[in-house]
Design a protein around this ligand. Structure first.
Ligand SMILES: *[C@@H]1O[C@H](CO)[C@@H](O)[C@H](O)[C@H]1NC(C)=O
Ligand SMILES: *[C@@H]1O[C@H](CO)[C@@H](O)[C@H](O)[C@H]1NC(C)=O
Ligand SMILES: *[C@@H]1O[C@H](CO)[C@@H](O)[C@H](O)[C@H]1NC(C)=O
Ligand SMILES: *[C@@H]1O[C@H](CO)[C@@H](O)[C@H](O)[C@H]1NC(C)=O
Length: 379
């Protein structure tokens, strides 16, 4: 029965039933200053790297049938016309110019051209309600705060480790659960990573069940709440809050940044800081963020997911629609208006004066709070 409508959505539910995860690579579709969720209809504030279906555009109306207007996808499953994107990494040279850091294939994912690895995980015990609902057509969400420049756990406790970095050593996957492994940090690692740097990005897995999007692109979804101690991932709680009762598959992304060519003391800043910045002018890494726009097609000829080769994935690509140079050469400045802002106060639009009172006032309170909850959260 269930195979009659077999699709990415169904497979995710089957995966849930089988307690299995789905892991697949997507090669690079395009790198450009476009974000149809946050800045529909125009160039976005900073550069993103995008994977998935080739209908990606300035505007992605939720009513669009992405399976009809896409002709290919860069993801392993031919029916996945979703788009997944993140900020990109630049290396800041001592002379003040920026070079885009390339992405490389994750272990065991074949030879995608850059891009990322996508995972879908089912909820596990002791989560009480493990019924998973498929993403609906037009659904979209973002994760992370691009202006964030500090480890501000209050009032963001459940999300403070949703984006992290793993300082990869050698050629393995590294140790421990992503986000809480011994080589994982919320900020950029401040040492050479012999295997490059990996982004670990967890999307929220609870939905209000109604809205395909929300003004912030985040309030229609939430992370699970409750005691995380007994939960496998050790980062979020177990169950969906009453405000967001519908369980979605856990979408998790990994991006392998090839920082290996820059592992040299002569290339790093002399002040002891590290040289990488996110494309929105973030030298801390706290502002890492990602977007997901669901799009799925059901194969007419074969009622299931079709696996395509690395070559087919790599062949699918788009030319940038924003006419500017973002990579391949040292740039005088980050594309868009993204002056480097080191925090700890949040960044502002294009370096505008901050109206925030900053952490000075709140710090004692924050510290008291962290102390209070440190027994509760496994960190
Ligand atoms: C689009 O961006 C350009 C360049 O930043 C700007 O001049 C223009 O006003 C924007 N258009 C809209 C509709 O926002
Ligand atoms: C993007 O949108 C423009 C304007 O609607 C259209 O001309 C163009 O073909 C679209 N590009 C893709 C790749 O769909
Ligand atoms: C900065 O260094 C890079 C790498 O050596 C070089 O290509 C670039 O021309 C330099 N730019 C300036 C402004 O010195
Ligand atoms: C479990 O969650 C689903 C939504 O994901 C909901 O429809 C269902 O009623 C819930 N079941 C129980 C027993 O709470």
């Amino acid at each position: 029965m269930v195979f009659l409508s077999s699709s990415l959505a169904t497979l995710l539910i089957l995966a849930g039933a089988a307690n299995a995860r789905l892991r697949f690579p997507c090669s690079q579709l395009v790198t450009q200053r476009v974000d149809p969720i946050v800045s529909p209809g125009n160039a976005s504030a900073h550069v993103h790297q995008i994977v998935g279906g080739n209908a990606f555009n300035f505007t992605m109306d939720p009513a669009l049938d992405l399976d009809k207007i896409s002709t290919c996808t860069t993801c392993r499953y031919k029916e996945d016309y979703s788009n997944y994107w993140t900020a990109i990494l630049y290396f800041k040279h001592r002379n003040g110019t920026y070079l885009r850091v390339h992405q490389f294939a994750n272990i065991g994912t074949g030879s995608p051209n850059g891009g990322m690895t996508i995972y879908y995980f089912p909820p596990r015990a002791p989560t009480k309600n493990r019924t998973v609902t498929a993403f609906r057509k037009g659904f979209r969400m973002t994760v992370g705060r691009q202006r964030r420049r500090s480890d501000d756990r209050s009032p963001y406790l459940t999300e403070h480790k949703q984006t992290t970095f793993r300082c990869m050593q050698g050629t393995g996957l590294g140790a421990g659960t992503p986000g809480v492994g011994p080589d994982d940090t919320i900020e950029f690692p401040n040492k050479f990573c012999t295997g490059g740097i990996r982004s670990n990005i967890y999307f929220p897995q609870c939905w209000d069940g109604v809205n395909l999007d929300s003004p912030t692109h985040q309030t229609h979804v939430a992370h699970p709440v409750g005691d995380p101690k007994s939960q496998g991932l050790k980062i979020f709680g177990t169950d969906c809050p009453p405000t967001h009762p519908v369980r979605l598959p856990l979408l998790f992304m990994e991006i392998m940044w090839d920082t290996r060519p820059f592992n040299s003391a002569e290339l790093w800043p002399t002040d002891g800081s590290q040289p990488f910045v996110l494309s929105q002018g973030d030298p801390t890494g706290y502002g890492h963020h990602a977007d997901f726009l669901f799009g799925e097609g059901i194969s007419k000829s074969c009622p299931g997911l079709t696996i395509q080769t690395d070559e087919e994935m790599n062949k699918c690509s788009l030319d940038p629609i924003v006419d500017e140079v973002t990579e391949g050469t040292y740039l005088e400045k980050l594309p868009g208006c993204n002056p480097i802002h080191g925090g700890p106060d949040p960044a502002t639009d294009c370096g505008a004066p901050s109206t925030s009172v900053g952490l000075t006032v709140a710090l004692p309170l924050v510290l008291a709070f962290i102390h209070e909850i440190s027994d509760y959260v496994q960190i």
